[in-house]
Design a protein around this ligand. Structure first.
Ligand code: MRU
Length: 355
């Protein structure tokens, strides 16, 4: 069935016979619904509504979204193709502002088309399709490498905490924060994972606990309010989270609540690691203060799932992300290895050729 991998597990993003399939993550874990994406507007909405979410996955979906867009464009020459492509990239980029992977993937597809010597629309379409597929495959490999580089952090009997979902549902495979966990599990290490529920949209409850449980890992779900309790009780030895954008100085934007977890980890003397592929580092953004934080629909906070839980007109703030200052980060687990402080210098040393 389209949208499932070889073992029958749903994939966040799947490209099959020139068609894009996205798993509707808003329906998990109650229903597994896979939707074919027929138009660029549908892809935009799927990203906006968090049907597909997680920084690497929205980058991959955005890249394929450009292919979906151009499959329906009736343009003939190279210039008209490139102009339409750029317009669609701009449009898709407007769906969510914080995760830099989206812009990175869109720019990569557009620049590849511009650099190619393809002269006709069909040959340019092939160029961008190949590039989207390459981004997709590469993401899987980057996550696998993150797993290899982070696995030694997880020792027998350890207790881990993660926030939101930086798992396989947020990427092409393995996840970022979860990649070392999957690999440690595969190698027979026994450890426990605590998943924060992650209000308001419950990615920890609905997605992380679901995918880890499905894969046979030892996962315990806690409400966000219980994080200090489990740390104080000595149940957590290590925190690993994902990220939507790392600024040049190492400040980390990630799901709302991450900053609180990082502050608590520092208070209790627990190492706090951030896992990411290079496409999440934004050397053009000097510090976290310049990262645009997405503000979402107030009704997400006024309700729990679909049930209203607050006065309909109560004032609400709903920032979807927060920024953890680099001094609270113990290290980055990247596709090229572990990165310790000073982050500005060490991230640049490792990745300066990619920018
Ligand atoms: O709003 P979401 O669900 O897209 O937020 C996702 C996160 O914050 C993840 O931790 C981040 O994108 C990294 S995913 C590997």
């Amino acid at each position: 069935m389209a949208g499932l991998d070889e073992s029958g597990r749903p994939k966040a993003v799947r490209w099959e016979n020139d068609e894009l399939y996205l798993l509707d993550q808003t329906r998990l874990p109650v229903e597994v619904v896979i939707e074919r994406q027929d138009t660029v507007e549908q892809v935009w909405n799927s990203i906006k509504q968090l049907k597909v979410r997680g920084a690497p996955a929205i980058g991959v979906a955005g890249a394929y979204g450009l292919v979906v867009a151009m499959l329906h464009e009736r343009v003939s020459g190279r210039d008209a193709f490139l102009a339409a492509l750029e317009q669609h990239a701009c449009y898709l980029d407007s769906s969510r502002p914080t995760a830099v992977n989206l812009r990175w993937a869109l720019e990569r597809v557009v620049n590849t088309a511009k650099r190619s010597d393809a002269a006709s629309a069909p040959s340019l379409l092939k160029v961008i399709t190949d590039e989207a597929v390459a981004i997709h495959r590469e993401d899987e490999e980057l996550c696998r490498l993150i797993g290899e580089h982070g696995v030694d952090l997880i020792s027998e009997g350890a207790g881990l905490l993660t926030h939101c979902n930086a798992g396989r549902l947020a990427t092409s495979e393995y996840g970022t924060a979860t990649a070392p966990m999957y690999l440690a599990h595969k190698r027979g290490v026994r450890f426990r994972i605590y998943a924060d529920e992650t209000r308001p949209l419950l990615q920890g409850a609905r997605l992380t606990s679901w995918e880890l449980q499905q894969a046979g890992l030892d996962v315990t779900l806690i409400a966000d309010t219980m994080t200090a309790y489990v740390m104080d009780a000595g149940l957590i030895d290590l925190v690993i989270v994902g990220t939507d954008r790392v600024a040049a100085n190492g400040d980390v934007a990630n799901k709302i609540g991450t900053l609180g977890v990082a502050i608590l980890a520092r208070h209790f003397g627990i190492p706090f690691y951030v896992a990411l592929p290079f496409s999440t580092i934004d050397f053009n953004t000097p510090t976290g203060a310049e990262i645009v934080i997405e503000e979402r629909d107030p009704d997400e906070v006024r309700s729990f799932g679909r049930r209203p839980t607050a006065p309909p007109d109560v004032k609400v703030r709903n920032p979807a992300f927060d920024v953890t200052p680099h001094h609270l980060v113990s290290g980055f687990i990247t596709d090229r290895g572990m990165v310790g402080p000073p982050f500005a210098e060490n991230l640049r040393k490792l990745y300066v050729t990619e920018v």
